[in-house]
Design a protein around this ligand. Structure first.
Ligand code: NAP
Length: 336
């Protein structure tokens, strides 16, 4: 089996495809033959050394994949050979609050990830993905979709009629749009591209705005919506000030991404005097993944948005494509 590794230093040119022996499952473990993988902005940052410059190498990157069970260890009753399974983002996070132990188990850094053809994992780190979704669609779920689910549903508690703002048209943002629409919430979305905004309208966005044309978009969103109940904050330092202008007094900002920087001066009075809940979100637990899957099963018309599919062997080029931000939705790798 082949496995991608970051070795000898960071950078797309340090990704090496290696041959390895097939791993053998121990008690309580299963071996998956992975059949589709999806890429996240986090994978790009990890490979470039921007996510954690102190991450020990070599590292197998990647957190998102779906596979087929090809061998089971002693005591495994939950899965049989031939069944499909999705690993969860953090194998040691079954439910409840995030913990240090859960963080340490995150696949693709610090724990070895999934950009390999076979992987042994504890059975407790797996979920059965919705049967009606393709392999490529299932592979988009573990990080981006679970993050949007935890932000809006588990932590955000949005309901029909809630208003949500989400930033950009990447993986997390489009899942946020789709999940918000599934529960009947109303969605505002930003993009640098009018063409992508047009497609976001087709996915159910009610308010659309080009952030390149209008860099001070917060006031406009507030005018349109009266102040949104919930912001899916993916830009970080470069966008938080505008998100604070867009959210209603007493509203909620899920701090998820750093697409536009990791640190910036901030007037804290804007948060405390308006009673805004700013909450860090780090993907989600296995329970979150199970909740998402139940919702997707009930709404088979809602399908992950896949921008393109590429062969597994082209990972460096696929990550370079992700960096251009021409995509809308997810980039998926398939065997080859
Ligand atoms: N905390 C967590 O658990 C967690 C989980 C998943 C992801 N993340 C983070 O969330 C962010 C998004 O991840 P992703 O995988 O969804 O990324 P992605 O698919 O690569 O999304 C990139 C898109 O974000 C939009 N964007 C970039 N800069 C922007 C800005 N200044 N304002 C508004 N939109 C902007 C662009 O959309 P347009 O092309 O439409 O302009 C771009 O195409 C990343 O920072 C990632 O590390 C965090």
């Amino acid at each position: 089996m082949r496995e991608w590794q970051i070795e000898g230093g960071f950078g797309l040119d340090r990704l090496k495809l290696q041959d390895r022996d097939s791993p053998v499952p121990g008690p309580g473990q299963v071996r998956l033959r992975l059949r589709a993988w999806s890429l996240n902005y986090r994978d790009l940052m990890m490979v470039q050394g921007r996510y954690n410059p102190r991450q020990p190498l070599p590292l197998v990157p990647g957190s998102d994949a779906v596979g087929e069970v090809v061998a089971v260890g002693d005591g495994v009753t939950e899965f049989v050979q031939g069944e499909r399974a999705c690993p969860v983002f953090a194998p040691d996070w079954s439910g409840g609050d995030l913990t240090d132990g859960a963080l340490r188990s995150s696949l693709g850094g610090p724990a070895m990830g999934l950009l390999c053809e076979e992987r042994v994992l504890p059975v407790t780190a797996l979920v059965k993905p919705p049967a009606h979704l393709s392999d490529a669609e299932c592979a988009t779920l573990p990080c981006a979709a679970v993050t949007a689910w935890r932000a809006l549903i588990t932590e955000g508690g949005i309901t029909a009629g809630s208003t949500v703002l989400t930033l950009g048209t990447g993986g997390v943002s489009l899942f946020a749009l789709q999940i918000a629409r599934m529960v009947g919430a109303r969605v505002a979305i930003l993009s640098s591209s009018d063409e992508k905004l047009e497609r976001a309208r087709a996915l159910g966005a009610e308010w659309t705005l080009n952030y390149r044309d209008e860099p001070r978009w917060g006031a406009r969103i507030r005018d349109w919506t009266g102040g949104v109940d919930h912001v899916v904050e993916l830009g970080g330092a470069g966008t938080l000030e505008q998100s604070l202008a867009a959210v209603r007094t007493g509203g909620h900002i899920s701090l998820i991404g750093v697409l536009a920087g990791v640190s910036a001066p901030l007037a804290l009075t804007r948060i405390l005097m308006r009673g805004i809940r700013v909450q860090g979100v780090f993907v989600g637990s296995r329970d979150d993944f199970l909740g998402l899957n139940r919702a997707l099963l009930a709404r088979p018309d809602v399908r992950p948005v896949i921008f393109e599919e590429r062969p597994f062997s082209t990972l460096p080029a696929a990550l370079a494509a992700l960096e251009t931000q021409r995509h809308m939705g997810k980039i998926v790798l398939l065997p080859g």
